[in-house]
Structure formats: structure tokens, C-alpha cells
Design a protein around this ligand. Sequence first.
Ligand code: DCP
Length: 151
Amino acid sequence: LVHRLLAARAAALTQRATALVAAPVVVATALVRDGRVLAAQRSRPAALAGRWELPGGRVEPGESEADAVVRECREELGTIVRPDGRLGTDLPIEAGVLRVHRATPVPGAPEPRPLEHRDVRWVEPHELADLDWVDADRAVLGDLAAELLSQ
Ligand code: DCP
């Protein structure tokens, strides 16, 4: 019995330690409209400036990933989106882990604008490979193309 209690205690401690060191989550948004996805060109930092990404950012403490997607799209693009589930798998990045969420524009929402990016553009599936994507986002292009073509 003592053994079992100790084992249970050890498991609980391990679980807590894992949660404490769990990698921060960055969400990225695959905003899809009419078979195209919105790509955003980074303006900073210098190492990433000029490269394209799915817009997003760090999930704040106490915030759900879906809420972070909505907030980042409001802050960075001046538009309102409706998150619609995950796309692809977790992608390891320097800042933690990147999770791509699909989203659609809320009807009547303003056209996305580059409030923090250098530029934004709607990309067709056949154009996806032509953009100079940031490394992590490049890994989701296959899933993204399949998503766009399935519509
Ligand atoms: N990132 C990525 N692919 C994306 C979005 C982000 O690889 N589609 C990476 C780039 C950064 C990190 O995630 O290293 C955080 O992204 P941002 O700088 O865009 O996020 P925040 O705006 O939340 O960060 P901060 O406010 O700290 O600048």
C-alpha cells in the first residue's frame, strides 16, 4: 500500500512539474475565404522581416487558444474572425509550440489590413509554395493546400 501511495504521489508531482515547464503556446490563424488563405508578411524582427506567416501570437495566461486567435486577428488585422478548429499538428518553435487554427471571417467584418505586418495577401492553393514562409509555417502548407482544395 505504501508503495502504491508513493507511486501515486510521484505521478502527481511529475504531472505538476510537466505543466510548469510546458512550452508556451503560440497560435497561428489560417483565415480562409473563397478557397484562399490570408498570408501576412512580417515586419519584425529583422531576422524574420519580409517572410510570410499565418498571423497570430502568444496565448496569454488564462486565455483560450480560440480567444487568442480572435484577439490577434483583431489587433494585427483589424478584423473579426470565427475560429473553426485545428489545422495540422503541433509545431515546435523557439518560443514554444505553434498551433494553427482554421478560421473564417465573420460576415460583414472589415477587410484584413496590415496593422502590424508589412503586407497581407489572399493566397490560392497553387501559390502557397511560392511564398517565403517562416520555417514553422512551411510545415503546415500541405495540410493548408488540402484544406483549401477541399472547399
Ligand atoms: N511565429 C511563427 N509562426 C507564426 C506566428 C508566430 O513561427 N505563424 C513565431 C514567431 C515568434 C513567436 O512565434 O518567434 C511569437 O510570435 P509573435 O512575435 O508574432 O507573437 P506576439 O506578437 O505574441 O509576440 P510579442 O508580443 O512577444 O512580440
